[in-house]
Design a binder for this molecule. Structure first.
Ligand SMILES: Nc1nc2c(c(=O)[nH]1)N=C([C@H](O)[C@@H](O)CO)CN2
Length: 116
């Protein structure tokens, strides 16, 4: 299967378990890999037949900023379901990194793979 991907999409959002995290936005970085058949889009050179990474990026940003959740797990499950529902994607990998969460670590996060 072919792949359309988004690397290190930066989103500022309220997210976290602790009270102090509910007061100011933190940086999240998303890596997304979407398995899809690109042959029709390529043959006809038609964006309407492609998984539009710009539209997927817009939806990830809007969803992440719309309704704060506590866990990265909750967020990536919601985003995977949204991408599989709204786009012509057979499988999605989403990795979210939260670099400000643990001072001693370069970054921390969660990665999942979900299929239709
Ligand atoms: N597996 C997870 N562990 C933790 C999360 C999370 O979302 N998933 N979140 C936190 C806090 O919000 C943290 O980011 C603040 O230090 C802790 N562990």
């Amino acid at each position: 299967m072919d792949k359309v991907y988004i690397s290190q999409l930066h989103v500022e959002a309220i997210i976290g378990v602790y009270d102090f995290e509910k007061e100011s936005k933190q940086s999240l970085y998303f890596d997304v890999e979407m398995l899809t058949d690109i042959s029709a889009a390529a043959r006809l050179d038609d964006i309407n037949l492609a998984v539009d990474y710009a539209k997927v990026s817009e939806r990830i940003i809007a969803h992440t900023q719309a309704k704060p959740v506590e866990l990265l797990e909750t967020l990536v499950e919601q985003l995977a379901a949204m991408i599989l529902n709204e786009f012509n994607v057979q499988q999605v990998l989403i990795k979210v990194s939260k670099p400000e969460a643990v001072a001693q670590a370069q970054t921390v996060g969660v990665e999942i793979v979900r299929k239709k």
